[in-house]
Design a protein around this ligand. Structure first.
Ligand SMILES: Cc1ncc(COP(=O)(O)O)c(C=O)c1O
Length: 454
């Protein structure tokens, strides 16, 4: 008989919490917290060991684009595990080649080949290294309101406060302002006359100081995710791309969050017909069931790489389990009409949010594309004074953290950054679940209204 005397009591949620607090290091947080212990998940819902159900209005880390436990993805992982769990990146593999071919199919026409990584940071890391080798230049221009990952280079490109926290300091990063139409740079009120919101003119000015011949690439989140769901005005990305082309600078579109249907198209660049030189992605490619990221490059770059080694590599590049899940997820999205559904649900969501704005004076701005939405909360709509300061923490962020806690008690899983609540449910959420979430959000927003009433 098996001796179970040393077996851990993993069935006991209190034990799971204690070990989490004592021996597990949690990303980005102070350690020692005891989390909710999750027992299972299905579709847009997950539940804890006490049986309480939560509607996932975040899609976890904005990656569960097809919700939880999608049967086609789960089956593909099982089938691949039976067949071949791992084979080195230089070997041929059916699912690896199939996913590469699908990526060629769904990315913009100029993008034809893909390097598979273990996530978004590694994709961005490889992209900037490739841009530096290809151009022979070192500087990379990135924006303030951005998150590009937690490796040395990607974190140095990241403009959000975690950049300071971690002292990431890869040399050669130049910062650019964001096309944040709700809060234009001081002195500007009209995006059409604002060089930053137009894109190219602001970039030109920076290049005048930096010397364009020293700049390898501009990297940007096509639609900013973590830092507050910022959709660029029409014409912005085209203008940035034209300026890059003028100086032989590569454009890297970080679509780690915005890609794979999140905005209602395969990639957010598709909304504006822009063809970047490199697209990085991860998350929604396989709804996060197995770690997977991509760096997809233009034919020009691919041709150059026929004579120059790729400046990067990973033990798990093109991992068969990840590729199988990616193929299954993309095929499921095609078969199930996920992009059209996300577009329709996004429109319903924003129209319902506008109704909520009629009730909640704390709602200052509603913005988004497809199922990539956010509401920005203010003390006063006229002055746009934010409900909490930029990157507020602790007591300064209290109304926001109170709302997250209350929503969780109501069975609604939300997230925020500064004074913005991000609303990014699974793309295949039912209209009924969407409305349930919005009703719970409605009650949650009373907390913000009370905070501004004093
Ligand atoms: C836009 C963007 N880029 C890169 C990353 C990093 O991806 P990963 O955590 O898979 O390394 C993220 C993660 O949230 C992201 O949102």
């Amino acid at each position: 008989m098996t001796d179970l005397s040393n077996a851990y009591p993993t069935h006991d949620p209190a034990w799971v919490q204690q070990m989490h607090a004592d021996h597990y290091l949690q990303s980005w947080l102070k350690q020692g917290g005891k989390p909710r212990v999750i027992a299972g998940a299905s579709g847009s819902w997950f539940w804890d060991t006490g049986g309480k159900r939560y509607l996932d209005f975040q899609s976890q880390l904005v990656n569960a684009n097809l919700g939880h436990q999608h049967p086609k993805i789960v089956q593909a992982i099982k089938d691949q595990a039976d067949k071949l769990c791992y084979i080195g990146p230089a070997m041929g593999s059916d699912v690896r080649s199939e996913l590469a071919a699908i990526m060629n199919e769904i990315t913009p026409a100029n993008i034809t080949s893909t390097f598979f990584t273990t996530g978004g940071a590694a994709a961005n890391e490889t992209a900037i290294r490739l841009a530096r080798h290809y151009t022979g230049r070192t500087k990379i221009i990135a924006r303030y309101r951005s998150y590009h990952g937690a490796t040395g280079g990607s974190l140095s490109l990241t403009g959000d406060p975690r950049h300071h926290l971690t002292r990431a300091d890869m040399p050669g990063v130049v910062r650019m302002l964001d096309p944040y139409v709700y809060r234009l740079p001081t002195g500007h009120s009209d995006p059409a006359n604002c060089p930053v919101a137009q894109g190219g003119p602001h970039l030109e000015e920076l290049l005048m100081y930096e010397n364009p011949n020293t700049v390898a690439a501009v990297i940007l989140e096509t639609v900013v995710g973590t830092n507050g769901i910022i959709v660029p005005p029409d014409g912005y990305l085209q203008s940035i791309k034209e300026t890059c082309e003028k100086y032989g600078i590569l454009l890297i579109a970080d679509e780690v969050m915005a890609g794979f249907g999140r905005t209602g198209k395969w990639f957010a660049v598709d909304h504006w017909g822009v063809q970047p030189d490199i697209i990085t992605s991860a998350k929604g490619i396989n709804s996060g069931y197995v770690p997977l990221g991509t760096m997809s490059v233009s034919t020009n770059l691919h041709d150059w790489l026929r004579n120059t080694p790729l400046p990067g590599g990973l033990t798990y590049a093109g991992h068969p389990l990840a590729c199988a899940s990616g193929v299954a997820a993309i095929r499921a999205m095609q078969e199930e009409g996920t992009l059209a559904h996300a577009t329709a649900m996004g429109e319903i969501m924003r129209s319902e949010l506008h109704k909520l704005a009629g009730k909640h004076p704390s709602i200052g701005d509603i913005r988004g594309l497809g199922m990539f939405n956010g509401i920005e909360l203010v003390k006063d709509r006229e002055t746009k004074d934010p409900l909490v300061p930029f990157a507020a923490k602790g007591d300064d962020a209290k109304p926001m953290s109170d709302m997250m806690g209350y929503a969780m008690d109501q069975g609604l899983y939300l997230s925020f950054f500064s004074n913005v609540i991000r609303l990014t449910p699974p793309l295949n959420i039912s209209e009924e679940d969407l409305m349930t979430g919005l009703e719970r959000l409605d009650r949650t927003l009373d907390i913000a209204d009370r905070a501004i009433e004093g």
